[in-house]
Design a protein around this ligand. Structure first.
Ligand code: ZN
Length: 90
């Protein structure tokens, strides 16, 4: 199995968000498009392949924000999920 950029958009990350309300009804599963989540700056929003100098490192080419790449990806996936949920609920 290969995973090229062309294939990447077909994959979905499923994200479970726990709200602080009813335990039984508080889970929401949201499909998030993972494209660009690992190369979007969580600080300024700049999106560039140059933001990823290595597999492990995120370094924003625009504002200089530096973090572990996995942390940046997780933040961006979570944000994308929350944005989508908020949009759906109005
Ligand atoms: Zn930045």
């Amino acid at each position: 199995m290969t995973c090229t950029d062309g294939d990447f958009g077909t994959h979905r990350v499923f994200l479970t968000i726990l709200t602080s309300k009813a335990e039984s009804a508080g889970r929401t599963v949201i499909a998030v498009d993972p494209r660009n989540t690992s190369r979007t700056c969580p600080s300024c929003g700049h999106v560039a392949a140059e933001n990823r100098p290595s597999q492990e490192t995120f370094h924003c080419a625009a504002c200089g924000h530096t973090a572990h790449a996995d942390t940046v990806g997780a933040i961006n996936v979570l944000r994308a999920g929350l944005v989508r949920r908020n949009a759906r609920q109005g």
